[in-house]
Design a protein around this ligand. Structure first.
Ligand code: MG
Length: 462
């Protein structure tokens, strides 16, 4: 078992805020039903609403699991608000809108086509925190209190999630809709046949953009690896360049991550999405930027430029969101293209990211490639190893001794940092592996940090 009660049993990845597995392998109807029942029963036991929002992305297995989840929730006495095919931020917003007890989103995010997952959202619209996830899972052990025939919940649908989401984005005070419309941007869009088609084209059209899309059919038949990292966007890069677009937006299947392609047809790297969104927001708001311990130093540069602090939370969207709420941060998120803007809600949201980046293009009045070139460039190198049986404490001690001049952060594994580089060693929450991630001013520096950090890990494993 990994830390925090998370781990993998027979291929099922269990984390504090949900479960994930290969469809028909670890992810069976029985498993999905058990977790949905436990989540529904726990949610209504919190004493507020009996309503639970249910949404899904476009995955081929989504509609089938959707039926199972809706029926199961009814039999633990939940009133289901069925929002159909949607985005993860849309599901989070719907929980808040309906003052629901929680939300259940069927989406394995950026994972390959054979995966699906339950993502569990609390009544606040945030993913479950560790303590909530543990309390919810206790019901799996103690027994799920099913309803009798006369207490079966009702089902109603809500088809307005995307339109409310769009209005919320357009209402961000410093998104100048008229100014963006006046630019008549040509925008290329790649939704990887995920749920992005349910909101992104409509939002961009409201912003006066001419949209040229690829992979817009929301049928879940991903034509490539769905994670919006540069290696997976080569065809989209060519599409952006050949279409003469001002910018390219690529979203992941559940639309909480946004990657940018410049007008030159180059994927600029997903770290730049949050950096550029933060640069824009901090012209209009002040306060710290919150991100996680594995996010690029670009955020520190943007924070310095704005005269604010960059604060790092443990990896995991909810950890960033909770720290943002504590610090009243105006902007935060993750270096993987996940932008969180608390003025709308505390969840990663690609539609918000797209609007903020278009506003930045208006304000800077120069192409994306030039804006990106004005920021420093770092290189991140990622490695993973099988998790050793022994405790990682000896590894952390050895690394602290070997890098005695570093700033130490022990919130989540061990992160050692210097002014222009860092290395983060942490056990995965969902897989029996240890991740080693380093960033430096060039690839050699980052590789060297990974190499030296592996030494005590390799010694422990041999
Ligand atoms: Mg996602």
């Amino acid at each position: 078992m990994a830390q925090g009660g998370s781990g993998s049993t027979s291929g099922l990845m269990v984390s504090v805020s949900g479960i994930r597995g290969r469809v028909g392998d670890a992810l069976t109807p029985e498993v999905v039903s058990r977790y949905a029942a436990a989540f529904g029963a726990w949610s209504v036991a919190q004493g507020g609403s009996r309503a639970v929002v249910v949404g899904r992305d476009s995955r081929v297995s989504g509609a089938m699991f959707h039926h199972i989840v809706v029926g199961t929730l009814q039999l633990v006495g939940c009133d289901v608000i069925d929002i159909g095919m949607t985005t993860t931020p849309g599901c989070q917003l719907a929980v808040e809108h309906h003052h629901a007890a929680g939300g259940l989103m069927l989406s394995a995010s950026h994972n390959p086509i054979e995966w699906n997952a339950l993502k569990l959202i609390g009544s606040s619209g945030l993913f479950l925190e560790a303590s909530e996830g543990l309390a919810m899972r206790e019901l799996l052990e103690t027994g799920i209190p099913y309803a009798t025939w006369d207490h079966i919940g009702e089902v109603r649908s809500d088809a307005d999630v995307a339109s409310r989401h769009i209005e919320a984005v357009l209402a961000i005070p410093y998104v100048d809709v008229d100014a963006i419309r006046a630019r008549r941007f040509k925008v290329a869009l790649d939704c990887v046949r995920g749920a992005g088609a349910t909101i992104m084209p409509a939002l961009l059209e409201r912003l006066g953009c001419e949209v040229v899309g690829m992979n817009m059919e929301p049928d879940g038949r991903f034509p490539r690896e769905p994670e919006p990292i540069p290696d997976n966007l080569r065809e989209f890069e060519r599409f952006v360049a050949s279409s003469g677009a001002d910018i390219g937006f690529a979203v992941d299947p559940d639309v909480d991550r946004l990657a940018l392609v410049s007008e030159e047809g180059r994927a600029v790297g997903e770290d730049y999405t949050l950096a550029l969104a933060a640069r824009l927001v901090l012209r209009h708001r002040t306060g710290p930027i919150v991100t996680n311990l594995s996010t690029s130093l670009l955020i520190d540069d943007v924070a310095r430029e704005a005269g604010v602090e960059a604060v790092r939370a443990p990896v995991g969207e909810v950890n960033v969101a909770v720290r943002m709420r504590e610090l009243n941060a105006p902007i935060g998120g993750e270096g993987n293209g996940g932008v969180i803007l608390p003025e709308v809600h505390l969840g990663r949201d690609a539609p918000i990211g797209a609007a903020l980046v278009l506003q930045l293009l208006v304000e800077e009045a120069r192409p994306l490639s030039e804006i990106v070139a004005s920021l420093p460039r770092y290189v991140i190198v990622k490695d993973k190893l099988n998790r050793p049986d022994a405790s990682l404490d000896t590894v952390y001690s050895a690394l602290r001794a070997a890098f005695s001049d570093a700033v130490v952060d022990t919130q989540d594994g061990l992160r050692l940092s210097w002014s222009d580089r860092w290395v983060h060693v942490r056990p995965s929450g969902t897989e029996p592996i240890v991740r080693v991630i380093a960033e430096g001013p060039d690839e050699g520096a980052a590789r060297e940090l990974v190499r030296r950090s592996r030494e005590p890990l390799d010694a422990l494993r041999s």
